[in-house]
Write a protein that binds this ligand. Structure first.
Ligand code: IPM
Ligand code: MN
Length: 356
C-alpha cells in the first residue's frame, strides 16, 4: 500500500513522541512491504514562532492533501499565564479540527493488565475496564460566539449544537457499540442546559434505528463519579465537546496514565491521530516522555484510515509485550519497578520496535 502520511509534531513533548511514532510506522512499512511517504508541517507555538500563525496555510494545505496525519501536541506555558494573548497555539488545533471536519474524536480507554498497579484507582475496580469515548469535536462552547461586554468586565461563550451535528456523532457511536458490548451511554446535562436537551432528544431518535443497542442517559456530573466508582459498567460513551474533553482526562487514570492514551479524530476528510496528552513543557527535552500514546496513535491510524488491522494489531501486541517484559517509562512505573526497567522515550521506542 502506498500512502502519504503527514507528521505534525507541534509543541513540547509532541516533538519527541511523534518521532518515535514515525519510526514505528517505518518499521511496519518495511515489515509488510508498504510505502509510506512522509512530509512534515508546523502547528501551534512552533508555527507562531516561525510564521506568526498557529496554523499556517501551507500546513493546512498539506493536511488536506495527505492520507492521514500523525499529530503530537500543542501548547506553551507562555500563553497559559497570559490570558490576554490574542494568538494562541490551541487556535491552530481547533482550526485544524474545523477545517478538516473532524467531528468525531475516538478515545479508547483500555487498561493493559500489566499497568493495573500504575493507576491511583484500586486494581479490583479497574481490571477489565474497556471504554470507547466518542467526543464530539467541532461544536459546543468551543466554537460558539465568544467575547466580552461591559467594558470587558463580562465575558461569554455560546454553546451551540445543531441536530445534524448530534446525529452524525451519534451514528458513529451506535455503529461502534454494535461491534462491541452493545451498550451506549450518552452523557449530557439535560436537567440544565438546552443544547443537552437537544442532544438527548436526538440520541433518543437515533436509538430507534439500533434496537440491538442498549442506551442509557447519564448526567455529566454523575458520570464523573461513576467512571471512578465502577468503570466496567461503561462500553461506549458519547458526549459533547467540553464534557468529553474533561471526562477523557479523568478516564485516562483508568488506563494508568495519560501517557498511554491514543486518539483518532475522524470526519469528512483526512483523519488525525494523536495522544490525548498535551505538550507537557515540564518534562520537555528531558527524554522521559512516554512514547506509547504516540505509538498507539500510529496503530489507530493504520487501522482506521488505511484498514490495516493486522499491522495495527502487531503494534498493540508489541506494546503489550514490552509492558509484560517489565519495561516502563517514569509515568507508568510504580514502587515495585526496578530502576533498570525505567526507560526514556527513545529506549522505550526501541523496545517496541524490536518486538514488531
Ligand atoms: C484535547 C486538548 C485540547 C482540547 C486543547 C489543547 C485545545 O485538551 O485535545 O483534549 O481542549 O480539545
Ligand atoms: Mn483535553
Amino acid at each position: 500500500m502506498k500512502k502519504n502520511i503527514l507528521i505534525v509534531p507541534g509543541d513540547g513533548i509532541g516533538q519527541e513522541v511523534t518521532a518515535v511514532g514515525k519510526k514505528v510506522l517505518d518499521k511496519i512499512a518495511a515489515k509488510f512491504g508498504h510505502e509510506f511517504i512522509y512530509d512534515e508541517a508546523l502547528i501551534g507555538h512552533v508555527a507562531i514562532e516561525a510564521t506568526g500563525n498557529p496554523l499556517p496555510e501551507e500546513s493546512l494545505e498539506k493536511m488536506k492533501r495527505s492520507d492521514a496525519i500523525l499529530f503530537g501536541a500543542v501548547g506553551h506555558p507562555k500563553y497559559d499565564n497570559d490570558p490576554s494573548a490574542k494568538v494562541r497555539p490551541e487556535q491552530g488545533l481547533l482550526r485544524m479540527r474545523k477545517e478538516l471536519g473532524l467531528y468525531a474524536n475516538l478515545r479508547p480507554i483500555k487498561l493493559f493488565d500489566e499497568l493495573l498497579g500504575a493507576s491511583s484507582i484500586k486494581p479490583e475496580i479497574l481490571k477489565g475496564a474497556d471504554i470507547l469515548f466518542f467526543r464530539e469535536l467541532t461544536g459546543d462552547i468551543y466554537f460558539g460566539e465568544k467575547g466580552r461586554k461591559n467594558n470587558g468586565d463580562t465575558a461569554y461563550d455560546v454553546a451551540e449544537y445543531s441536530r445534524y451535528e448530534v446525529e452524525r456523532i451519534a451514528r458513529k457511536a451506535f455503529d461502534a457499540a454494535r461491534t462491541r458490548r452493545k451498550k451506549l451511554c450518552s452523557v449530557d446535562k439535560a436537567n440544565v442546559i438546552e443544547t443537552s436537551r437537544l442532544w438527548r432528544e436526538v440520541i433518543q431518535s437515533i436509538a430507534v434505528e439500533y434496537p440491538d443497542v442498549t442506551v442509557e442517559h447519564q448526567f455529566v456530573d454523575a458520570t464523573a463519579m461513576l467512571l471512578i466508582k465502577d468503570p466496567r459498567r461503561f462500553d461506549v460513551i458519547v458526549t459533547a465537546n467540553l464534557f468529553g474533553d474533561i471526562l477523557t482526562d479523568e478516564a485516562s487514570q483508568i488506563a494508568g496514565s495519560m501517557g498511554m492514551l491514543a486518539s483518532a479524530s475522524i470526519g469528512d476528510g483526512t483523519g488525525v491521530y494523536e495522544p490525548i496528552h498535551g505538550s507537557a513543557h515540564d518534562i520537555t527535552g528531558k527524554g522521559i516522555a512516554n512514547p506509547l500514546a504516540s505509538i498507539l496513535s500510529a496503530a489507530l491510524l493504520l487501522d482506521i484510515s488505511f484498514g490495516l488491522k493486522e499491522e495495527s494489531d502487531v503494534i498493540i501486541n508489541a506494546v503489550d509485550a514490552v509492558l509484560k517484559a517489565g519495561f516502563r517509562t517514569k509515568d507508568i512505573a510504580d514502587a515495585t519497578t526496578p530502576a533498570a526497567k525505567i526507560l526514556g522515550t527513545n529506549a522505550m521506542g526501541e523496545e517496541v520496535l524490536q518486538r514488531i
